[in-house]
Write a protein that binds this ligand. Structure first.
Ligand code: UT7
Length: 328
């Protein structure tokens, strides 16, 4: 078995900053409501860049950070629920944008937990020798899936991308991976797909379909209840798997869905909130990109030293959840 480690990270967000006051010009809301209920002050919204564009920019930064050649990459796992298209997969588009000619590329769909699932998969591919160098990306253009008339959702989400390069390492890098799903709660966060419509369906509705209703619908309260409990369970499982104590963890990088979820998790774990890396105020919830962007910002902050242990943890539509502990 080989060791798997992260050797470089990068992120990219659109330049267009949309503040809470800007949102209040579009729908009935206020900076006061959004800030106190979520911790969000502003988010980045694409003015035309699609998921592959942002993913490629984040990937190039991670490649530069890792000091590898783009030809070294043998797999690209791209986590998103807002791909450019059904076919080709967005990972293939990124491959062509960055010139990763030796990579096998595919997307994975696990909403906000996508980047964590991707790190887990890359770890297993590297451990078994199937891969030597994996580019893991979390990227979303949620703005194209939002119902901009629904104040309960459109104020929460943002666009962006984050990436990590994983390779085999001399020393241990990834110390633990944990994941799970609860499909019985799949109804709590949805974006409808294409219904079955073909000449063999009763009434012969034909093959035309209308994606106008494919916007994000969410039961925020139900997810909130699920989130804190599952973050704590994931942390407990990760500590058990790694044999570490919570005191051994230098930073927790949580999914940035709501400041209050992070705060409650910190409280129930008995941890200082200062141990949690938080950037939700600047980006909102960027789903699969959330943990990836936060990890890169933490890495570039100068606060991480070699040997520090970082615990990433998240949850999302599906419902999905999980986490990874890495030694920096
Ligand atoms: O990434 C994973 C996916 N999602 C999540 O993790 C979301 C988890 N859930 C949450 O973060 C919170 O449940 C929300 C932020 C979504 C909502 O907060 P809440 O405290 O649960 O508010 P609520 O939905 O119960 O709404 C309270 C009130 C309602 O008004 P009434 O019925 O009390 O008069 C809403 O209509 O706030 C109203 N409201 C708003 N008011 C101003 C809802 N959205 C807004 C808004 N601006 N944007």
């Amino acid at each position: 078995m080989h060791n798997a480690k992260i050797i470089g990270t990068g992120h990219y967000v659109p330049e267009n900053i949309v503040t809470n006051d800007d949102m209040a010009k579009i729908i009935e809301t206020s900076d006061e409501w959004i800030s106190t209920r979520t911790g969000i002050k502003e988010r980045r919204i694409s003015t035309g860049e699609n998921t592959s564009d942002m993913a490629a920019k984040a990937a190039l930064k991670a490649i530069e950070d890792a000091k590898i050649s783009v030809e070294d990459i043998d797999f690209i796992f791209l986590a998103t629920y807002s791909p450019d298209a059904f076919i080709p997969n967005t990972a293939c588009i990124v491959q062509s944008l960055i010139g990763a000619v030796n990579a096998t590329c595919f997307d994975l769909s696990a909403a906000c937990t996508g980047f964590i699932y991707g790190l887990d998969m890359a770890t297993q591919y590297i451990k078994t020798g199937r891969a030597k160098c994996v580019l893991v990306i979390g990227a979303e253009t949620q703005s194209k899936l939002l119902n901009w008339d629904d104040r309960g959702t459109c104020v929460l989400f943002g666009d962006g991308a984050g990436a990590a390069i994983m390779t085999t390492g001399e020393e241990a890098g990834v110390l633990a991976c944990y994941s799970g799903s609860d499909g019985t709660k799949s109804w709590t966060l949805t974006v409808e797909g294409v219904p079955v419509r073909n000449p063999f369906v009763e009434g012969n509705p034909g093959s035309m379909y209308d994606l106008q209703n494919s916007t994000i619908k969410m039961d925020g309260k139900e997810i909130f209840k699920f989130a804190v409990g599952i973050m704590i369970k994931s942390v407990d499982e990760l500590l058990k798997i790694s044999g570490l104590n919570i005191e051994d963890i230098k930073y927790v990088v949580p999914h940035q869905a709501n400041y209050r979820i992070i705060e409650s998790t910190a409280k129930r774990l008995g941890l200082d909130i200062g141990k949690f890396f938080i950037n939700i105020d600047r980006y909102g919830n960027t789903s699969a990109a959330s943990v990836a962007i936060a990890l890169d910002e933490l890495a570039k902050s100068g606060n991480l030293e070699k040997g520090d242990k970082v615990l990433m943890v998240g949850f999302g539509g599906g419902l999905t959840y999980g986490g990874v502990i890495v030694e920096w």
